[in-house]
Design a protein around this ligand. Structure first.
Ligand SMILES: Nc1nc2c(ncn2[C@@H]2O[C@H](COP(=O)(O)OP(=O)(O)O)[C@@H](O)[C@H]2O)c(=O)[nH]1
Ligand SMILES: [Mg+2]
Length: 408
């Protein structure tokens, strides 16, 4: 790939002589051309590689022509957008990533000019910079009577001059028109002069332009109030409720259903049995003392053991209560039954009681962390864009083009 590669592309409406032009300049006549039936011939981007038979470029240069399908396809097989896209991607995909010149075609035999339209297609694809690489080729002047030609050329001039776009008339070899050598040489000289005026277009310039268009298109989308719809949506979500649970308690010893005398008698009995080291028979009535253990709330468990010890056998009405501590979310009721007294009845009982209290304290300390998941639905209003930025892309490209045209 030491050889200088010159990339040339043609753009313009169908039937304006693009393929004929490439056939001539390449000397290869490899492309089919229209047969006057008014149908578009070129349906995809065609590449023609040639060796510059007319020496338009430095010696040894290789030419690569890209023949692009004409805009306004006669059979509506290709939309203009599709044409632009396939051309753009062909160029982007090329190793050389450049365009030495873009030939925009206009048959001057046409009563209405589509030049601006083609320019805007080119700009839409590559950005305004591509117009600095553009040469207008006006074909089919052999069909036009001189005074009409003059008028149309004036029109072309008014379009191209402000943008500094060179234009030349060019008659293609065709069945209707056989070009004489003198005219041929004149055309080639004009073409060469026009080529000298245009700048090389680097495909990478396009990427900056794309970013600019995208930026503007996104702004346009944002500012388009009709694009924004408010919508109520139901959002399903899980609400996690975490809570701690403590199991506080309150300890109460309920009065046994016995009189002082009975208790004292029983106490004496037990005491004497103890002193005699005799086993303590179970006295169901008294020894089966019900201790209601109402778990409620507490922090400090200052159970009055001393009191119990001081009044060992006739503990009766006393209840000991531990101060309330935390809000109660649970109430545990436990019944402790003192089933039997053996040797050291009260000690047994107290131990039993103590054990309960201790386990109560443990319960208090056992902080249960729980979490619950609750699925809920709420309604939210959200803003939704109906169309994304690509919808605004062409508008953005157009606006950028207009700004550019204003500048020149
Ligand atoms: N008289 C005349 N006919 C031309 C000229 N250029 C192209 N044609 C004819 O116009 C028709 C369309 O040409 P073609 O190169 O296929 O156009 P394309 O669709 O732009 O590629 C063909 O019949 C050509 O012979 C020209 O400058 N003068
Ligand atoms: Mg063609």
């Amino acid at each position: 790939m030491d050889k200088l590669l010159i990339v040339l592309a043609v753009l313009g409406p169908s039937q304006h002589g693009k393929s004929s032009f490439i056939n001539f300049l390449s000397g290869l006549y490899s492309l089919p051309v229209g047969t006057d039936d008014g149908l578009s011939t070129t349906l995809e981007v065609q590449e023609v590689n040639a060796t510059d038979p007319f020496r338009l470029f430095p010696e040894g240069a290789g030419l690569r022509f890209l023949d692009v399908p004409g805009y306004g396809d006669s059979d509506l097989r290709l939309m203009d957008e599709q044409i632009s896209e396939s051309f753009k991607y062909r160029l982007v995909g090329m190793e050389s990533r450049k365009l030495n010149a873009l030939f925009v075609f206009q048959s001057i035999a046409e009563s209405s000019l589509s030049l601006r339209n083609t320019f805007s297609h080119a700009q839409g694809m590559f950005g305004p910079a591509v117009l600095q690489s553009t040469i207008v080729i006006l074909t089919k002047s052999d069909f036009v009577v001189p005074h009409v030609l003059t008028k149309r050329m004036k029109n072309v001039d008014e379009t191209c001059r402000p943008m500094n776009i060179p234009y030349i008339t060019w008659v293609n070899n065709s069945t209707e028109s056989i070009i004489e050598d003198s005219q041929l040489n004149k055309q080639l000289a004009e073409l060469k002069a026009a080529l000298a005026k245009v700048k090389l277009f680097e495909i990478d310039e396009m990427e900056g332009y794309e970013a600019e268009v995208k930026q503007l298109a996104m702004e346009m989308r944002l500012n388009d109030t009709s694009n924004l719809i408010h919508q109520d949506v139901n959002v399903t979500y899980d609400e996690i409720i975490t809570y701690n649970e403590t199991e506080p308690y309150e300890l109460t010893v309920i009065k046994p259903k016995f009189t002082d005398a009975e208790i004292q008698q029983e106490a004496k009995r037990l005491q004497s049995l103890q002193e005699n080291k005799e086993p303590v028979p179970v006295n169901k009535q008294i020894t089966e003392t019900v201790v209601d253990y109402i778990s409620n709330t507490t922090t400090e468990c200052r159970v009055r053991w001393d009191f119990l010890w001081i009044i060992p056998y006739w503990w009766k009405t006393e209840c000991f209560q531990v101060p309330k501590y935390e809000p109660v979310n649970k109430q545990i009721t436990k019944t402790v039954q003192v089933l039997e007294y053996r040797e050291r009845p009260l000690e047994n009982f107290v131990n039993l009681l103590k054990k309960e209290v201790v386990s109560g304290v443990e319960m208090k300390e056992r902080l249960v962390e729980k979490s619950e998941k609750q699925t809920k639905v709420k309604t939210e209003t959200s803003e939704i864009y109906k169309r994304d930025w690509t919808h605004y892309r062409s508008q953005a490209a157009e606006r950028l083009a207009r700004e550019q045209w204003k500048q020149v």
